[in-house]
Design a protein around this ligand. Structure first.
Ligand SMILES: CN(C)C(=N)NCCC[C@H](N)C(=O)O
Length: 288
């Protein structure tokens, strides 16, 4: 089993993650809190009350977990394609796999990464939603003091299953949309690259960026529900399940609720996935 794809997936994911985390914090706040009037209001209030550091809340765990999550995503994708088409990453440039095979391999990668991602994503979302400024003498103490404290508190207060709160919605979100992610990427690269050649850096950047936007546009409705399910149970349990969360969110806020955070999600998705795919392709070419 080629391991290069796993390592390339890890490094490229970390580059994208640091770049996109501030956007991600704004998105999570907009999806789960109703006090902000829009992207600009949310950014200004985070900056005023929590300083620049407020945008980076909850980043340490995703950085630590990206090694597992992104290497599973890219490693499983590439190795599933190898299984389905008997071609390596390099050979696939000469012999493009069918879109059905790319979609199936993407869905497999998305499904498996969702389970690795679930507890880390939950802790990230809980920390991003803490609006308290950094601990100062006399200021209110946030509920969670850091990622380890957050994990231990969830385990103690909500049981071991609590760490997988929202995992089912995350799987529903990621399985088809990661299929869309890879189809868009491979499709655009194929379209704009002469037969048998490697895509240019510009092509990889644009194809990666649009793959991010297309997949996140499709993922946003379930992303909102996932974030709400993850915040549920913090004080008291509000939703009886995924369907109940969807129905009560629509009843209270209208259909527009499914598009909360869409603009910021798309603005984040382009640069994050452009650099993710660029570093992924370059690392694989470098390792030959
Ligand atoms: C729509 N979804 C769930 C995806 N396209 N997932 C693939 C990885 C995305 C990248 N790490 C990012 O954070 O944008």
């Amino acid at each position: 089993m080629p391991v290069e794809e796993f390592v390339a997936g890890w490094i490229s994911g970390a580059v994208g993650l640091v770049l996109g985390h501030p956007f991600d914090t704004v998105k999570v706040r907009l999806q789960t809190q109703t006090t902000y009037r829009g992207i600009a209001d949310c950014m200004v209030r985070i900056y005023r009350h929590e300083s620049l550091l407020g945008f980076f809340k909850g980043m340490s765990f995703p950085i630590a977990s990206i090694a597992v999550v992104n290497s599973v995503l890219f490693g499983v994708y590439s190795n599933t394609l190898l299984l389905l088409t008997a071609t390596s990453h390099q050979e696939r440039r000469l012999q493009t796999p069918s879109y059905m095979h790319i979609f199936l391999a993407g869905c497999t990668g998305g499904f498996l990464q969702a389970y690795c991602l679930a507890p880390f994503d939950l802790i990230k979302v809980r920390l991003q939603n803490q609006t308290e400024p950094r601990a100062q003498l006399g200021s209110p103490r946030p509920r969670y003091l850091g990622p380890m404290h957050c994990a231990a508190s969830i385990f103690r207060e909500e049981g071991p299953r609590g760490l997988f709160r929202g995992a089912w919605t995350l799987t529903l979100r990621d399985t088809p949309t990661v299929g869309i992610y890879f189809i868009t990427y491979e499709g655009l690269c194929h379209q704009y690259t002469p037969e048998g050649q490697n895509p240019s850096s510009a092509t990889v950047l644009v194809a990666g960026g649009f793959a991010g936007i297309a997949s996140w546009v499709a993922a946003t409705p379930l992303d909102v529900i996932k974030s709400r399910m993850q915040m549920d149970g913090l004080r008291r349990k509000v939703y009886r399940g995924v369907l109940d969360c969807m129905v009560s969110s629509v009843r209270q806020e209208g259909l527009g609720v499914f598009f909360r955070g869409l603009t910021i999600n798309s603005a984040r998705a382009f640069p994050v996935n452009a650099v993710t795919f660029l570093s992924y392709e370059y690392l694989l070419r470098w390792w030959g």
